[in-house]
Design a protein around this ligand. Structure first.
Ligand code: ZN
Length: 356
């Protein structure tokens, strides 16, 4: 077989990789492209990183590069053929997606078994049959053990792409059978310079970069959706008011907030948005109270954060941060989200407005 050479692709360039859209992780794109170019494709890849780092995007683009019907260069994908478009919407007979049915839910052993029976068939139309297992840390030990059999005896023409927050949250026997790609958080400065092309003022770019926690996609999304930044501001102001409020006023806040959700899922969604903003803010307070040199996320609120940190002290800031983490963790399992919020607000210390 004669392989195409660089000269065959003058317009796009051999080392293009632009349409992978993986700012800061070009090394990972090159690594995966080289596996295709050198015919060194592994059976199983594990992509780890915090939520919003682009694990799923990287996996899907790799799947596209593997199966594109009209690749502009080896290791590239066209983005417009039937396979590329169906892969990007995760609807293609040769792409099996396994994920939990919602936040806080588990990947069940039955889902793994179903995957195994599908994978035993040969590809429907593509070169490779791809199994995409998203956030495998949500699979319990039993389900992970069942998956192990597939990793040990991977069927031919099957590639497994696994994503997870941390390798430590998976069985070591699974991790050892994967080619691992770690998407580590990017430095604030790198995100800031990558965002320069966006039409936003420098202050907003700097704020988005600081709030992103090292995730370019998260920062870009904040700039593309100014509502998110406005919403964050409103939630922070509300949190400050709640510190000064009586229990009765706090319960009224919980009632009004939860009344905005038309059903349980919407109420949870609204509450999740509030809790995430409060959590980020309280983490900053904790850092400030501890005198940490780590840069804050909510840089525009720095004086207020330092004031609040000083008023409640480090221990209390830690306790409130942990309580918010627990609320988020339990939100999807709680039948009554309003009660969850009320319990949290009841334990919030009362601080006179003068010290805020
Ligand atoms: Zn294509």
């Amino acid at each position: 077989m004669i392989l195409a050479t660089v000269a065959d692709f003058p317009r796009l360039g051999y080392n293009d990789g632009m349409n992978w859209d993986m700012t800061g992780y070009e090394w990972a794109v090159t690594l995966l492209q080289n596996h295709i170019r050198r015919d060194e494709i592994r059976h199983t890849y594990l992509i780890t990183g915090a939520p919003g780092t682009g694990k799923r995007t990287l996996a899907l683009h790799f799947a596209q590069a593997l199966d594109c019907l009209n690749p502009p260069a080896p290791g590239e994908f066209c983005g417009v053929c039937r396979t590329c478009t169906h892969f990007s919407s995760m609807a293609h007979p040769d792409l099996m997606v396994v994920k939990a049915e919602g936040e806080g839910k588990e990947i069940k052993i039955d889902q793994i078994r179903q995957l195994q029976s599908t994978l035993s068939l040969s590809p429907y139309e593509a070169r490779w049959r791809i199994a995409l297992l998203l956030n495998l840390q949500q699979a319990n030990e039993q389900a992970q053990n069942t998956l192990l059999k597939t990793l040990e005896e991977a069927p031919a023409k099957v590639i497994l792409l696994v994503t997870a927050d941390m390798a430590e949250n998976l069985l070591p026997t699974i991790v050892s059978r994967c080619e691992q790609i770690r998407l580590r958080p990017l430095p604030v400065e790198q995100i800031e310079s990558a965002l320069q092309g966006k039409s936003a003022d420098p202050q907003q770019i700097s704020l988005a970069a600081h709030l992103s926690g090292g995730r370019y996609g998260y920062a870009a999304n904040l700039l593309d959706n100014p509502d998110l930044l406005e919403d964050r501001e409103q939630r922070i102001e509300e949190l400050h008011s709640l510190y000064g409020n009586s229990i009765r006023e706090r319960f009224k806040y919980a009632e009004d907030l939860c009344a905005r959700g038309k059903d349980l899922d919407k109420t949870r969604g609204i509450l999740r948005g509030v809790l995430v903003n409060w959590l980020n803010y309280m983490r900053d307070c904790m850092l400030a109270a501890a005198g940490s040199k780590v840069p804050l996320g909510n840089i525009d609120y720095e004086p207020k954060i330092r004031q609040l940190g000083a008023a409640i002290g480090m221990d209390e800031a830690c306790r409130i941060t942990a309580a918010l983490e627990e609320c988020l963790d339990r939100l999807d399992r709680y039948i009554n989200p309003r009660l969850l919020l009320e319990v949290f607000l009841m334990d919030l210390p009362k601080i006179s407005q003068a010290s805020l």
